[in-house]
Design a protein around this ligand. Structure first.
Ligand SMILES: NC(=O)c1ccc[n+]([C@@H]2O[C@H](COP(=O)([O-])OP(=O)(O)OC[C@H]3O[C@@H](n4cnc5c(N)ncnc54)[C@H](OP(=O)(O)O)[C@@H]3O)[C@@H](O)[C@H]2O)c1
Length: 266
């Protein structure tokens, strides 16, 4: 394949949770594929983490303009999200991109307790606000913005999912419900918007901060020791390995819009 065929042309890319972990690796992994005039927006709460991701992106492809957006998606209002999107993508005279890719990657584990112990109502509400509600709003705002500013661009939405969207894990009720809910939202989006490509991608177990929390905070003894064994036996994946697989899936386009595809799927 020639270098030309290997690029995605001029793109707008939005990655939530871009300050570290899988989100930073998505930014770094996707950057080399982007053509002249591409803009990549990274959203997270931590300015320092976004600055380090910006460094990775610039090193990977100097043609890409990286825009860090410091925003707490757990509390951000619709107006704040809209303002961030408009200032990143809505400038006068910006060239129209051929593709727009939206990676809904930000996510948290929440309290890893048994459901009978989840009595902190505020925590539960905040959990779903970040992991479900903000995703619905940001998604709708970006699709509307793209359809009004650059209607001929193709839109691709990638929801970072998990095996936990399909399988129940003891003491992971919030996480499992959040991931299952997100998968279903994006399956619905796929049926509503035939011109939008939607992928639910489960990245596999990653060797990063979130897995560290899984090993230490999971209330269920059996599950906690399973996570420790995976680490000790070298079964965790690097974020960049998982991102390479995601990019291969996006390039091959073998999935049906709305599908759940796992790192380990053939
Ligand atoms: N790690 C795994 O083994 C694994 C497995 C399957 C699926 N996943 C999924 O992969 C995705 C990425 O997770 P990860 O493993 O990379 O986790 P991580 O290392 O904990 O990173 C989470 C990212 O989300 C951002 N974030 C958290 N709360 C936020 C908020 N309120 N507002 C804005 N951004 C926020 C964090 O940035 P700030 O802290 O700077 O805000 C960070 O960039 C998640 O959806 C996760 O569920 C992970």
């Amino acid at each position: 394949m020639s270098g030309q065929e290997d690029t995605w042309g001029s793109c707008w890319v939005l990655v939530t949770g871009a300050s570290r972990g899988l989100g930073a690796a998505i930014c770094e992994g996707v950057a080399p594929l982007l053509g002249e005039g591409s803009r990549m927006v990274g959203v997270a709460r931590t300015a320092g983490g976004l600055a380090s991701t910006e460094g990775l992106v610039k090193k990977a492809n100097a043609k890409v303009t990286f825009i860090p957006v410091v925003l707490d998606l757990g509390v951000a209002s619709k107006a704040e999200m809209e303002a961030a999107l408009k200032s990143s993508f809505g400038g006068e005279g910006l060239p129209q991109p051929s593709r727009v890719l939206l990676f809904h990657n930000a996510g948290t584990l929440g309290n890893l307790k048994y459901l009978k112990d989840l009595v902190d109502q505020q925590h539960v509400q905040q959990y779903f606000n970040l992991n479900i509600c903000s995703v619905v709003t940001l998604n709708a705002l970006l699709i509307n913005l793209v359809q009004s500013l650059t209607p001929s661009s193709t839109i691709e939405v990638i929801n970072i999912s998990s095996l936990a969207a399909l399988q129940p894990f003891k003491s992971w009720g919030l996480y499992c419900a959040g991931k299952a809910g997100r998968d279903m939202l994006f399956k619905v989006l796929a049926t509503e918007e035939p011109n939008v490509s939607v992928l639910n991608y489960a990245p596999g177990p990653l060797d990063n901060d979130m897995q560290n929390a899984a090993r230490t905070e999971t209330a269920d003894d059996e599950l906690r020791s399973m996570f420790s064994s995976m680490k000790n036996e070298g079964k965790l994946l690097s974020c960049s390995t998982s991102v390479s697989k995601l990019i291969d899936i996006l390039k091959a386009k073998k999935f049906k819009s709305g599908d759940h595809v796992d790192f380990y799927d053939e």
